[in-house]
Design a protein around this ligand. Structure first.
Ligand code: NAP
Length: 300
């Protein structure tokens, strides 16, 4: 099992240890600004967790909460102010924005050198070209876990399920740059089970509980589960979740599972659990990106 808790703790400890001398030299801490629009409860939880982690590392953390009725002018001026602010190294607009907001308009507005999520077209382009070493947090977390366990993907037949700019596309580029042979599948792909059955490695990021079943994967495959799905019925919990999550369901009335069925993990050589896998890496890599942008901006 590729333990996300162990690796993410290590990433955060490294940042904490490494940052002390750089903060002293720069005369200020790394600064992360998060802009959240509207009152989506899941987004609020993610933002609080980012803020807590940043503060724990001694970073400067600024959260700008705007109501869903915020005007285009106001949101634009917040991003412009953060672009100019010398104490802000990383800017992040929490996604998804409420309905009616043009996401790309605001992502495009972030200074690419402060774009901590790396979703700006300039940064996505650099990722495709292999011209950067700062990547979107979730695929970056996957690669960090592979490195931790010395898993070399060169020559590996890898299937990435999902083609979002948040996970699937940058993930596929990063694996290609590491010499994997990558196939991307999405909702229009035909015969996904056939494609999966030949894969040495599967990275699933589609958001569908238990989508990848044991009979679709080959013995010894590496299974990376990015999906985070909440299930609210006992039947679903029993069908898709691990015994620990089924127990949680009994107490809390909901459980979390990934896209890969727990039975499939039994056939794998390596797998990432959900919860406790890639999800924990994402916020750690956000802190890592903030620290890297701080180092770039302060010339460290
Ligand atoms: P997204 O933007 O909704 O993209 C989902 C992708 O999956 C799309 O490319 C879609 O295809 C494809 N897809 C959906 N249903 C499919 C099916 N039945 N068969 C094949 N492909 C299918 O989602 P996302 O932001 O990439 O997130 C994906 C999952 O990862 C979600 O569960 C999310 O919660 C999780 N996630 C986890 C983390 C983490 O930290 N672990 C971070 C981000 C996201 P089309 O393009 O054809 O529509």
């Amino acid at each position: 099992m590729l333990d996300g808790k162990m690796v993410s703790t290590k990433v955060l400890e490294n940042i904490k240890n490494e940052s002390v001398s750089f903060i002293e030299k720069a005369g200020r801490p790394p600064g992360l600004a998060v802009v959240i629009v509207g009152d989506d409860p899941a987004s609020a939880i993610y933002v609080r967790s980012k803020e807590r982690k940043a503060k724990k590392l001694g970073f400067r953390s600024e959260v700008i909460s705007l109501g869903s009725s915020v005007s285009d002018e106001e949101l634009t001026s917040v991003i412009s102010r953060l672009n100019k602010d010398n104490n802000t190294d990383g800017i992040l607009v929490q996604l998804p924005l409420p309905d009616g907001f043009d996401t790309w308009k605001y992502l495009d507005m972030i200074d690419p050198q402060k774009d901590v999520d790396r979703f700006h077209p300039v940064n996505l382009g650099k990722i495709m070209l292999g011209r950067t070493n700062i990547y979107p947090c979730t695929p970056s977390g996957v690669v960090r876990m592979l490195d931790e366990f010395n898993i070399d993907v060169s020559g590996v037949n890898c299937v990435v399920l999902g083609r979002s700019y948040i996970v699937g596309k940058p993930m596929a580029s990063m694996l290609t740059n590491r010499n994997a042979t990558v196939t991307i599948c999405h909702s229009r792909t035909k015969n996904i089970p056939d494609i999966l059955s030949g894969a040495d490695m599967i990275v699933s990021a589609i958001g569908s509980p238990g989508f990848v079943k044991a009979d679709m994967v080959k013995d010894g495959a590496i299974l990376i589960d990015v999906g985070i799905n909440r299930v609210d019925t006992r039947e679903e919990a029993e069908e898709f979740c691990t015994p620990q999550e089924i127990e949680k369901f009994k107490k809390k009335g909901y459980a979390i599972t990934g896209d890969i069925h727990p039975e499939a993990f039994k056939k794998s050589s390596f797998y990432t659990p959900v919860p406790g896998g890639v999800g924990l890496m994402t916020v750690a890599m956000l802190m890592d990106n903030t620290f890297r942008l701080f180092m770039e901006r302060t010339g460290s």
